[in-house]
Ligand binder design. Sequence first.
Ligand code: GDP
Ligand code: MN
Length: 397
Amino acid sequence: MNLHEYQGKEILASFGVGVQRGKLATSPEEAVEAAKQLTEETGTGWHVIKAQVHAGGRGKGGGVKLAKNLKEVESISDQIIGMNLITPQTSAEGKTVHQVIVAEDVYYPGDSEPSEFYVSVLLNRASGKNMIMYSTEGGMDIEEVAEKTPHLIFTEEVDPSIGLTAFQARNVAFNLGLTGTAYKGMVKFISNLYKAYVESDSSLFEINPVLKTSDDKIIAVDAKVTIDDNALYRRPNYALMRDEREENPIEVEAKALGLNYVDLDGNVGCMVNGAGLAMATMDLIKMAGGEPANFLDVGGTADAKRVEEAFRIILRDENVKAILVNIFGGIVRCDRVANGIVEAYKNMADQINVPIIVRLQGTNAEIAKEIIDNSGLEVHSAVQFKEAADKVKEVLA
Ligand code: GDP
Ligand code: MN
């Protein structure tokens, strides 16, 4: 589950990580009120208005702007709230902005120049360890830094059973070229950031930029946070942070039905029981010259109701040109699944406008094939994996 910047900053602050302070607003009036309060609390004169959407690169798309007085706070938030924000990380259609943060300006002049760093904590699946990735090149696309100046990206691998050592936190501050107060501040920032990452069950905390202010404070100016969905049951406060407006509507609907569905770009819809078989089926579709339109694991119960729900979800995707049902009948016998498919098909025959290929294998697979073949419906049956692939190829041609 991805979070908004303001939510990520809330979590960071609760773990003692310094953040750029701000307040949420959903209208220009609220924004002006927020700005006034913020000036009272922090003494800031200027404010930054920041669009809250689940996508980075907002600055580039015009979703982050500096306001030098309350009039500008009002006009800029009026402009950003409700806008369709297109950034390098959104689709071409962009995302509607429902809310903004009014934040204190933290790039104020002082004894030294403010400087920007990049810091993230993430899971390195290859090593099975957590990793702090950091760079002196903050505020830029880290992908670009990785490509052009890879020597400016450093990493610290953290063994989860040992945790972050004091030495590693000092190493980060040292490699970022900091001294004195800023050095101490960075050590504390990194230690608390790592704690926030572990204790929130996150798989990513990306802070770009981390700012050293002109008076040597170390603070998070941005926050991109991904919390592990599988841990949300034990993090109820964070589970409440889900913003379904930012998520794929078909995925939200599928989730409510208890279906494991991931929307993809291809043209062949898949309905499968079991995640491993679903992966294999997606490979099969590719080998047949198609592209999977989705990952869908219907789970253990493939009865008529479930199959119908799955068909409806798959058909919400307009790119679907064929559906491949690939179900292994172990505990649930194939003939029961076949009856379920025939029944579901009859119930929604007027809505199904693409060919359906059904491959059932396992207990009573042959009987299941007969049920499908004799149903009189436009359902192609196949028993072998290869046959199913050939049928997909045939209907796509
Ligand atoms: P992103 O574009 O989605 O990554 O959004 P960020 O939160 O990283 O903000 C984009 C850029 O806005 C930052 O890299 C900063 O250069 C700038 N910015 C953010 N906060 C302030 C601020 O308080 N003052 C000024 N002058 N610029 C800021
Ligand atoms: Mn950023």
